[in-house]
Ligand binder design. Sequence first.
Ligand SMILES: Cc1cc2nc3c(=O)[nH]c(=O)nc-3n(C[C@H](O)[C@H](O)[C@H](O)COP(=O)(O)OP(=O)(O)OC[C@H]3O[C@@H](n4cnc5c(N)ncnc54)[C@H](O)[C@@H]3O)c2cc1C
Length: 415
Amino acid sequence: MRRIAIMGAGQAGLFLAIRLIKSGYDVTVISEYSAEELFNGPPTGATYLFDDALQLEKEIGLDLWRDTAYHASAFHINLGTPGGNLDFAIRSRTSKPGASIDQRLKFYQWIKVFQKHGGKFIVSDTTPSDLLGCTSQFDLVIISSGKGPLARLFPKDVERSPHQQPARKLVQIHFNDFEQPGHTRFTSITFDAIMGAGEVITGPFYQKDDIQCAFMLMECVPGGPMDVFDDCKSATQILERAKLMMQSVIPWRYPSLNNASVIDPSAFLKGSFTPVVRKPFVKLNSTATVMGLGDTVILNDPIVGQGGNNAIKMAHAYAQAIIEHGDNIFDSEWMERTFESFWAYSQHVNHFCDLFLSPPAHVIDILKAAEHNPEIAFDFVSGFNHPPGLFPWLSNRETASDYLANKLAVSAFEI
Ligand SMILES: Cc1cc2nc3c(=O)[nH]c(=O)nc-3n(C[C@H](O)[C@H](O)[C@H](O)COP(=O)(O)OP(=O)(O)OC[C@H]3O[C@@H](n4cnc5c(N)ncnc54)[C@H](O)[C@@H]3O)c2cc1C
């Protein structure tokens, strides 16, 4: 039986571990925290998953909150001017719903599932010096420790990493009494963008104590009018500051927060990081090589909610490749090949994220057209689930203008 070690009990590592253990592999997960410590620890990113990623979880029996968590099936996208005026708004349904489950609850439950199927779970903070020992005991060692220090072992892929510094300061809270003014509760993702200031993303969130609430992720451009949270020390303070900020920066959103209160004053997330793509493997010596997975090697800003979706899809792709490789050696050529075939997909994910961090004029043109054209709106929101579907038409001015000419000619003809 082939022996696989996975460092990091997160979205990607646990998915891969459970997928492989269910396929008859001998799998060991090494985690810096126990299941209970993860459950009781600080919140992680909201990690809203779209349908394709949810389906992959379902295929291996990990859709544990299918019937309990709200699933959203609509997008509301609003774009405002720096003066606080709403420029245009897009409403569209998605073809299938998505959901956001508190990763503290998800990882806790997934670790239990993994152990129930015979997986070995070891609590240890892996250091670079532990890795060499691991490679002699296992056929394959995967590092899925997120953006933590182990990731830095993997060299940066300069050509695929355009960012030199964080594009946004991230601030996230979980709250209740969230209402879209005059509309449904919890059933849509709302994305408010203000040029030069940042974005506010809200959506349904199934909190770890089985509380259905909402998350709010604020993507603040450093030094801009949304960058006002540095001194906030609790979720309550963040919410109060967000209300003040919204009155001038996103006044149309402010009424939805009128009755809001936070779920847990100590549960909030504040920070920033630089998006980066890394080489997929590290050679520890002439024979020992370890492979990276998830945020460890492809780290994007969460602006369009792709990191967790990508982590699941990447873990699924790695699992397929491991199984197809049979009893052959997992050498660096295999690792490179496996990663590159996933990159054929992820290059579009990365491009989507980067386009939204500083949207060029052709992206704004498409969004404006989507306000009055349901087909364009649907094409666009479907891209969140499957970013390759956005390209090539969203790539540049020429492709976008061809796409728009085509779509608008069709709708004129239909009228
Ligand atoms: C604010 C915010 C909002 C987000 N919102 C979304 C969203 O809406 N949709 C979406 O798809 N994505 C979102 N993301 C991104 C998403 O959360 C990540 O991309 C995803 O969790 C990455 O999965 P991973 O398995 O690579 O890493 P993680 O899920 O971070 O797991 C890594 C694990 O490794 C463990 N670990 C770290 N170091 C070690 C070590 N040395 N030894 C052992 N274990 C270790 C950690 O404890 C952790 O459990 C968001 C991220 C942020 C920051």
